[in-house]
Design a protein around this ligand. Sequence first.
Ligand SMILES: C[S@@+](CC[C@H](N)C(=O)[O-])C[C@H]1O[C@@H](n2cnc3c(N)ncnc32)[C@H](O)[C@@H]1O
Length: 250
Amino acid sequence: MELNKIYNENCLDTMARMEDNFVDLTVTSPPYDDLRTYNGYSFDFESIAKELFRITKEGGVVVWVVGDATKNGSESLTSFRQALYFKEIGFNVHDTMIYRKTNPNPVMGKRYKQCFEYMFIFSKGKPKVFNPIQVHCENTKGFVKCFVGEKDGIKQYVNKKRNEYKNIDNIFEYKTVRNKETKKHSAVFPEQLANDHIITWSNENDIVYDCFGGSGTTPKMAKANNRNWIVSEISSEYCEIIKERLNTLL
Ligand SMILES: C[S@@+](CC[C@H](N)C(=O)[O-])C[C@H]1O[C@@H](n2cnc3c(N)ncnc32)[C@H](O)[C@@H]1O
């Protein structure tokens, strides 16, 4: 299987050529709920989910970015149905993270502005890589009591200096942007989103895959972070956008 290559085909065909336990990380966003037609292509969710499980390495992760459509006044809950299916076929639902849009589209009717999508973190067993994004703590003075065990039924503690840094929380905020590079695709996720998951769940030289390449945000950020990448995109028109975006990193 050739790495660092755009595969202009159904992702099921690309994955069929991958051996078992091949990919370290998938960062992807499926076409959901017929919200957009993507030039008329459809996708077979259950077969793709099963293939993702087969090709993911033990400890590897799939980041599945998805939202729900509202039809006849009700949310579809496709996102949850898909998450339950991933669990049913063997993935661990490691986390349900939120992608909060700081510039959401206006909505009509009796509802608040829809400002988020889910970012499900599915792992094959426990994630083998976790390089957390951290922030500096405001209060680093003093000590905290750390439990070290029991002696004669009495809990024992030692003083530890407070950590200077802590992990950020699991709601990531991004502005959705359309620029010269991506304006020809209707459902681009932010480069920073792909970047943050790639640096968190993979290391340099790992293999990062996107089965629904779109405009190529995942391979672009994988390449920028010195990861190997593979991308499948069924539309040849979108593959041209991916090629152009990857060329901006040459
Ligand atoms: C939500 S978009 C992905 C957007 C991408 N995350 C980005 O930032 O540009 C989903 C893409 O999946 C593609 N697609 C749909 N079915 C596919 C399939 N079976 N195999 C490969 N690509 C597919 C569509 O053409 C569409 O471009």
